[in-house]
Design a protein around this ligand. Structure first.
Ligand code: DC
Length: 232
């Protein structure tokens, strides 16, 4: 097939890693610096979880989930806090960050029917290149041909601390509680049968513990310029 105009000027960048490693902030800033499109795939899993919960569909209710996935329209648009998320036209940007969604999303993300439909949408979004996509299975499954793959990590303690600092004083959430939740989410994401969270063999591992966001972004932008030069 003839290459689409402009394809050779851009690459796809996959950023995978565990919850709270800073993937979405980093991916958004990298996309901004390169003039690329940022796609937060976790937000897509959250949007499906929110919709299923609202319809009282459990994570293992295969047929109702299949019907839901046959009709759901998910839109991601650049927004004030990174990305605005719409489900069937409704703005769910804040709703998908609720505790209720956060606590359940790993179970829905283990559903084959959900992963299949979302992976297909994600591939379509990246087919023209120039995409920075963050998630858990982007380098291994969604975009195995991405020119640059980063596996971004940080210790459980550091990730819990970052989340803790974002919470309000009266949230009632403790640092220890957050550590337990993050460790449990890692365990669920890494041990599920379909597309578990693992580092792609050709992904570069970057530990963000002790690094500033700017340092992490600068090193990924530098790597992407090198890859782009190689791809030409
Ligand atoms: O990155 P996040 O916390 O918003 O992700 C929400 C959940 O979705 C998390 O449990 C992992 C899952 N997820 C996934 O399984 N595959 C992806 N590509 C992105 C997220």
């Amino acid at each position: 097939m003839a290459q689409l105009e402009g394809d050779s000027d851009r690459i796809n960048i996959a950023i995978d890693g565990p919850a709270g490693a800073g993937k979405s902030t980093v991916a958004r800033l990298v996309a901004g610096q390169l003039g690329y499109v940022y796609i937060d795939t976790g937000a897509m899993y959250r949007a499906v979880t929110y919709s299923a919960q609202r319809l009282s569909i459990a994570a293992n209710d295969h047929e109702p989930l299949q019907r839901l996935m046959g009709s759901i329209q998910i839109q991601l648009e650049p927004g004030e806090q990174g990305q605005s998320v719409y489900v069937n036209g409704e703005d769910v940007t804040d709703k998908i960050r609720s505790m209720e969604v956060t606590r359940q999303v790993s179970y829905y993300a283990a559903s084959g029917v959900i992963r299949e439909v979302l992976s297909r949408i994600q591939r379509e979004l990246a087919c023209r290149k120039g995409v920075v996509m963050d998630g858990r299975d982007i380098g291994t499954h969604v975009l195995p041909d991405a020119e640059l793959k980063i596996f971004l990590t940080a210790s459980v303690r550091e990730r819990a601390l970052r989340r803790f600092k974002e919470l309000r004083d009266d949230s009632g959430v403790t640092l220890e509680g957050l550590e337990r939740e993050i460790a449990e989410r890692d365990r669920l994401d890494a041990s599920r049968e379909i597309s578990p969270l693992i580092r792609a063999s050709d992904a570069l591992e970057l530990d963000s513990s002790g690094l500033t966001i700017e340092e992490v972004v600068a090193s990924i932008v530098h790597l992407s310029r090198t890859k782009l030069a190689e791809a030409k």
